[in-house]
Design a protein around this ligand. Structure first.
Ligand code: ARG
Length: 462
């Protein structure tokens, strides 16, 4: 540990314990914040210059050094540098490098700022960028389901929909695919909300917790970073992790949504169902049983989602009873939140790739659509439409089912699965015309969700 990397120490006579410094380092977890720290530091230089705390020549030297660090981060060299310093966090590592590169001017970068401000501000920039990326991935998945829904609507593929995993009623496969798309449309909206609310209030200039005695020009710095305004209260700003938690929450939610569809596909890919065939690109084999074709990517989506639920509970837990200010515990909140977000993006990416390998076995689905007496509700509905009280119709058809079941035969009914589907008349049903409307409406909703915004960093620097 070179003491140059530590940003404090004047009041200590002895050296810090190496093991404890390593225990306290967040470097492994906050590397994702490195590019955002550069942007944040450039905005701070602007606040220093406008407040006449640094001279224009010093500001220029700081900017040049920060752009050099930016290139080192992008090129990958910075990781090894930061590790070699055994810095406490990525913010300390960047500060150390700027001091090496900018000479005397480098000593002025940290005027009027604390790592508390940097952690809070860079985390918000990170949240904005990753929320946008997560919105894009959720959007892509929603669209992927809708594309297949349109195809299956054309093919009029029929499948038995289940509740309690027991056959319930025949539906169009397209209807089911619309149902799979819906949660991802909601996820897009959730991510865009998080992105918007993370861009309102900029903590930079909070100066650890009470505001600065130096005349930092906060408005310009907030604007340069794409925030609506500087934060209102410094003490709240440096301890507020709402945006990171909101993003983590939205990420866990969408991972759980993906896990539910993954479960359906896992079941459907088993020969006992045989509703889908998973292509070679997304299948794995067994090292012992030569015949196996396993749906590992979907199983892993399911498991990772469960793991994220635990991590989210952990992140929320770190805030429990934490006095409203900066406490070191927030370092762990940050690490957990970043881990959740990065994992969720990986989960969505893997799901999308695996989904491209899913082929539907239309005839097999159709052949099984009436198994389990899925037509029983239609038979009862017909009796009710003819004037029979619903309880009586239910009981009669129940008795017919029991008889047919004991005799090992199908129900005597003039209806088939397609007629059942076509007979549905309420809005939101599986009737083909309604499913066409649902697809149309989902497509136009997806088109109105604006994902065109620039990534945060290019916006900040452009
Ligand atoms: N490494 C810490 C974190 O990531 C920042 C340190 C903040 N300030 C302090 N006085 N320890 O949260």
């Amino acid at each position: 540990m070179t003491t140059a990397a530590l940003q404090w120490g004047g009041r200590f006579a002895g050296a810090a314990d190496k093991e404890l410094l390593a225990f306290g380092s967040s470097l492994d977890d906050d590397f994702a914040l490195a590019p955002f720290d550069v942007a944040c530091s450039l905005a701070h230089v602007e606040a220093l210059e406008r407040g006449a705390i640094v001279r224009p020549a010093q500001a220029a030297a700081l900017r040049a050094a920060l752009h050099a660090v930016e290139a080192e981060i992008a090129g990958g060299a910075f990781t090894a540098y930061a590790r070699s310093l055994a810095a406490e966090d990525v913010h300390g590592a960047i500060d150390a490098r700027v001091r090496e590169l900018a000479g005397d001017a480098g000593e002025w970068l940290h005027a009027g700022r604390s790592r508390n401000d940097q952690v809070a501000t860079t985390l918000l920039l990170y949240v904005r960028e990753r929320a946008h990326a997560a919105a894009q991935r959720s959007h892509a998945l929603a669209r992927a389901f809708i594309v297949r829904a349109s195809e299956e609507l054309e093919a009029q593929t029929v499948v038995a929909a289940c509740t309690h995993r027991q056959p319930a009623q025949p539906v169009l496969l397209a209807f089911m695919l619309v149902a799979w798309s819906e949660p991802f449309v909601r996820a897009v909206k959730r991510f865009l909300d998080v992105e918007r609310s993370a861009a309102t209030s900029c903590p930079l200039g909070s100066a650890a917790l009470a505001g600065s005695g130096l005349p930092l020009e906060r408005e310009g710095a907030a604007r340069a970073l794409g925030f609506t305004s500087p934060s209102r209260n410094a003490l709240d700003a440096i301890g507020n992790r709402d945006a990171a938690l909101d993003l983590a929450h939205a990420c866990v939610r969408v991972a759980v949504d993906a896990s539910r569809i993954a479960e359906e596909l896992i079941a459907w890919s088993a020969p006992a169902y045989g509703y889908v065939h998973l292509g070679d690109a997304a299948s794995t084999g067994s090292s012992l049983m030569p015949q196996k074709r396993n749906p590992d990517p979907f199983e892993l989506v399911r498991a990772h989602a469960a793991r994220l639920v635990g991590a989210y509970a952990g992140a929320l837990g770190t805030l429990c009873g934490l006095a409203p200010s900066y406490q070191r515990d927030l370092q762990v909140t940050k690490s957990l939140a970043i881990g959740i977000v990065e994992d969720a993006l990986r989960i969505l990416g893997a799901f999308e790739r695996a989904w491209a390998s899913v082929a539907f076995a239309r005839e097999r689905m159709e052949g099984a659509a009436l198994e389990g007496y899925t037509i029983a509700t239609d038979v009862a509905d017909a009796m009710i439409a003819d004037g029979m009280p619903p309880r009586e119709a239910h009981a009669r058809v129940g008795a017919q089912v029991a008889r047919a079941e004991s005799e090992g035969r199908a129900l005597d009914a003039s209806l088939d699965a397609r007629a059942s589907i076509a007979a549905k008349r309420t809005r939101g049903s599986t009737a083909p015309a309604d499913v066409r409307d649902q697809i149309h409406s989902l497509k136009s909703e997806l088109a109105t969700l604006d994902l065109s915004a620039q990534p945060v960093l290019s916006e900040v620097e452009g």
